[in-house]
Ligand binder design. Structure first.
Ligand code: HEC
Ligand code: HEC
Ligand code: HEC
Ligand code: HEC
Ligand code: HEC
Ligand code: HEC
Length: 454
């Protein structure tokens, strides 16, 4: 069962994330056009120019921090790159605004260069006139289709195998029947139980068409049963249920570049990686009550649709957007769980997201040079940030776990493993001299039944 599932490796469309540096042909003061791009890609999840979103409005922020905090552009660079570090250093103004915004964490941007930040600041100082909105109709459907495709192949081959099996079974039954009939006609038996056998062979001679008809019906029923069973297996990969709120990962994690772990924060610390509570949504949606970025609408959906979905957050949390207060009337949102291992399986996110992070990313990128990932989650969950509706990207079977453990080289030098495997390490290196001493997950127990089963 596992061997055919193992074969299909998804081929998702690679989407380039090329929003980093462009050649620095611009002057010291920054290029507002490039700044706008960077701002849209990195900041609009929490900031707008003119109104407060999660963080303060950023129009004219260079001037404002000068007057309000007495700090300069160098401070802004530090803040934007790593506000946490700046706060930890005891910086007064940094801690002040953190308090003022209810200790809401701003994302860190260590990857933005000084030039990028100058560009963004130039944009906030001098925003150009707004451009015409554009829709991305084509890409959305193309991606969906590409993701749906691989599942069908295997289903077809499974059906063919099952049909062959049924055909073989039918032939076998017919041969058996013929043997029975022959037995009935043979001398030995005739004496023993002549009447019964005789009557049977008579019945067979008379009614064998009916008999064959019955067998055909049985075969059809069996096919139907097997078909259902196949469909049930198919529930793994590609499973894509409708959710009570049309929450789009493409919009949040893709277009708005919100970090997976801002919402699935427990992935790092624990066994499960829970669905965020409605309060997490409210951190942003208390102020984002409308869908404004027309750029990213899916074909067939309009602003009213998205606005309606955002209102469901208010209904769930009992937030009255008019009065800007909670009414106390809440109603839980019942998300349909998509990934769900059987109870006897032990899977731990932090083992993979923290200890295994680099190992998994490196190994995945080596195996898929044309479809590289930047975030560890995508190795197992696929390119979630391109999905409007979450879909299971792998089959999540035992064979799938093991295949990765066999082929992923453990990073023995990361803090966790260095500590844990201090003594084992050298011994393992001797044991696995093939491939120049590469140590894959199976070597540290990744194939032991007890590691994955209670
Ligand atoms: C996850 C939400 C989030 C993202 C994304 C984000 N910020 Fe912030 N930002 C905040 C919050 C919240 C504050 C208010 C201070 C606090 O609570 O830490 C803030 C404060 C600031 C401030 C200080 C403003 C002042 O008035 O003192 C600047 C400057 C800033 N952000 C720039 C940026 C830039 C530039 C980007 C994009 C590269 C960005 N932020 C992305 C949430 C965010
Ligand atoms: C703004 C919050 C938010 C962000 C950011 C976010 N998610 Fe989610 N995620 C959700 C919500 C809400 C659900 C449940 C609804 C659904 O399935 O779409 C969910 C569901 C999921 C599921 C399916 C869970 C199940 O039921 O089995 C996976 C897997 C997932 N997210 C992975 C990711 C990854 C990977 C990223 C980053 C690329 C990410 N998420 C970013 C909010 C978020
Ligand atoms: C870090 C900020 C942030 C968080 C947290 C967040 N959102 Fe959003 N959400 C946004 C932004 C930004 C938009 C797009 C607004 C726009 O383009 O005008 C958006 C759009 C939406 C939309 C309309 C588009 C769509 O995806 O269908 C819905 C519905 C929505 N959010 C639901 C949720 C839910 C449910 C949660 C909690 C699980 C959540 N959001 C958490 C920032 C956030
Ligand atoms: C090594 C593969 C792997 C990686 C890497 C991974 N996941 Fe998962 N994820 C799984 C499996 C397996 C399940 C099903 C777990 C279960 O049912 O107990 C799952 C389930 C989930 C769920 C559903 C809730 C739950 O915990 O059962 C969410 C949400 C999720 N993952 C998000 C993430 C995010 C976010 C990341 C990155 C920070 C991530 N995953 C990284 C394999 C992975
Ligand atoms: C994408 C590759 C990948 C997949 C898929 C994967 N794992 Fe792992 N797993 C790893 C890596 C890498 C490690 C080693 C982490 C480390 O460095 O400690 C690991 C470690 C483990 C460990 C700890 C082993 C030990 O001896 O400490 C367990 C248990 C485990 N995985 C269970 C699972 C289960 C259950 C599944 C399937 C539901 C699964 N894994 C799927 C890559 C993967
Ligand atoms: C790397 C993790 C991992 C290891 C090691 C592992 N299993 Fe599993 N096993 C799983 C997962 C995940 C499932 C659930 C598969 C599913 O739901 O399709 C599973 C399912 C099973 C099942 C149920 C039948 C099935 O295929 O669904 C049996 C029986 C089983 N495992 C036995 C074993 C035995 C015996 C060993 C040791 C030789 C072992 N497993 C080692 C992850 C593992």
């Amino acid at each position: 069962m596992i061997s055919w599932r193992k074969h299909y490796r998804q081929t998702l469309i690679a989407i380039g994330l090329l929003l980093s540096t462009s050649a620095s042909i611009y002057g010291q003061d920054g290029d507002p056009k490039n700044g706008e791009k960077l701002f849209k890609a990195n900041c609009t999840a929490c900031h707008a120019l003119d109104k407060q979103v999660v963080g303060p409005p950023l129009k004219g922020v260079v001037e404002r921090v000068k007057t309000e905090g007495g700090v300069d552009t160098a401070w802004l660079h530090k803040w934007i790159k790593n506000n946490k570090e700046l706060r930890a250093s005891g910086d007064k103004y940094a801690n002040e605004i953190f308090e003022k915004y209810n200790k809401t964490e701003m994302q860190l941007f260590p990857n933005l260069s000084d030039k990028d930040i100058d560009d963004i600041l130039a944009f906030t100082t001098n925003p150009p006139a707004p451009e015409e909105p554009k829709k991305d109709a084509g890409t959305a459907t193309a991606t969906d289709a590409a993701q749906a495709a691989p599942a069908n192949n295997t289903t077809t081959s499974v059906v063919i195998i099952s049909l062959l099996a049924i055909a073989a079974l039918l032939v076998w039954i017919l041969i058996k029947l013929r043997q029975l009939v022959k037995l009935g006609q043979s001398e030995d038996l005739a004496g023993l139980n002549a009447t019964r056998v005789k009557s049977f062979s008579e019945i067979y001679a008379k009614y064998h068409y009916v008999g064959k008809g019955l067998i055909a019906i049985l075969a059809l029923l069996a096919t139907y049963g097997i078909w259902n069973w196949i469909m049930w297996i198919g529930v793994y990969k590609g499973y894509k249920p409708e959710q009570p709120i049309y929450f789009s990962h493409k919009i949040h994690a893709g277009e708005q570049k919100i970090d997976c772990q801002l919402c699935h924060s427990s992935a790092k610390y624990g066994k499960v990686s829970e669905i965020p509570s409605m309060n997490v949504c409210m951190n942003c949606h208390r102020t984002i009550s409308e869908y404004g970025a027309n750029d990213y609408m899916e074909p067939g959906k309009d602003k009213a649709f998205y606005d309606g979905e955002i209102k469901k957050i208010y209904a769930a949390t009992g937030w009255d957007p008019e009065k800007q207060q909670y009414t106390g009337k809440t109603q839980p949102v019942e998300w349909t769980r998509i990934h769900n291992m059987p109870d006897f399986v032990y899977f731990n996110h932090s083992q993979h997201v923290v200890a295994g992070e680099q190992a998994i990313i490196n190994s995945f990128n080596k195996k898929n040079p044309n479809n590289k990932i930047d975030v560890v989650c995508k190795a197992c969950h696929g390119k979630i940030d391109t999905m409007n509706v979450v879909q299971m990207a792998n089959d999540f079977t035992m064979g799938w776990c093991i295949e990765c453990h066999r082929t992923t080289e453990v990073d023995m030098n990361n803090g966790y493993n260095k500590e844990y495997f201090k003594n084992l390490h050298d011994k393992l290196k001797k044991q696995y001299p093939k491939d120049g001493g590469k140590i894959t997950v199976d070597a540290i127990g990744g194939l032991e039944c007890g590691k994955c089963h209670y």
